[in-house]
Design a protein around this ligand. Structure first.
Ligand SMILES: [Zn+2]
Length: 244
């Protein structure tokens, strides 16, 4: 971006900018074009500073798409990190409002936004919270598989965890070998399955991720180890084994 002028008055800061790139990419077919059709002005609102509104006066160009088979004959350039289609706010202002909305929700978020100089409705705050796409987690390489209880002693499901990032990957509502196998099969990049020694996990991992090495995780090895014999009277030892 090139800044052409900055105008400061009591209410607002107006920054006139234009993109310095020669061309732009068609949003539909991703063809690069430098053939200008026309140009116009956009005014995305930015985060206020020093008690003043910040308005970016942005010169944008409309380009011809060079791809004859593309359904979009012309397109308007977008500035990465600043604008997006049909948005009247800069990306930075959208992120700030989304963070406020995540912390405070709609009504309180709108009130807080007005305090720092951005009049916005509560439904807009909620819409911005819902707008960012969910980040796609990286494909797991080492997957931990274990049970979780929705009702202890009665209802169990299966949890899949990315062992390297320590983030949950998936929750299954049951602990059947077939369910585990189908979920593992959706992720062909798995190299290691880390599990306890339950037979349904063994079978599920072998069917769903036959390429992966199966290892017993340290926690289960340690906690499911046989109790060492107690060097006391024979009667006492028998009693303890009965209780187990
Ligand atoms: Zn195109």
């Amino acid at each position: 971006m090139a800044v052409l002028s900055v105008d400061v008055n009591n209410e607002a800061i107006r920054i006139e900018v234009r993109a310095t790139t020669i061309g732009s990419e068609c949003p539909d077919c991703e063809s690069w074009s430098s053939r200008v059709h026309s140009s116009c002005l956009r005014f995305p609102a930015d985060v206020p500073t020093a008690g003043r509104r910040v308005v970016v006066c942005l010169h944008v160009r409309r380009f011809f798409c060079p791809n004859a088979s593309c359904g979009r004959p012309t397109f308007v350039e977008q500035v990465l990190g600043l604008t997006r289609r049909h948005s009247r706010r800069s990306e930075r202002l959208r992120q700030v409002l989304a963070a406020v909305g995540l912390a405070l929700a709609g009504r309180a978020g709108a009130r807080m936004a007005r305090v720092f100089g951005v009049p916005v409705s509560r439904s807009t705050v909620l819409r911005l919270v819902a707008a960012p796409p969910e980040p796609r987690p990286p494909a797991p390489r080492v997957v931990g598989v274990d049970e979780y209880a929705t009702r202890k002693g009665r209802l169990y499901g299966t949890v899949l965890v990315d062992v390297e990032t320590r983030r949950p990957v998936d929750l299954l509502s049951d602990r059947k070998a077939s369910s585990l196998a189908s979920r593992l099969a959706e992720r062909p990049g798995i190299e290691v399955v880390c599990r306890d020694r339950a037979p349904f996990f063994t079978e599920g991992a072998a069917t769903g991720a036959p390429q992966a090495a199966q290892v017993a995780d340290r926690w289960h090895l340690w906690n499911n180890r046989p109790t060492p014999p107690v060097p006391t009277r024979p009667g006492l030892r028998a009693c303890r084994l009965d209780r187990r």
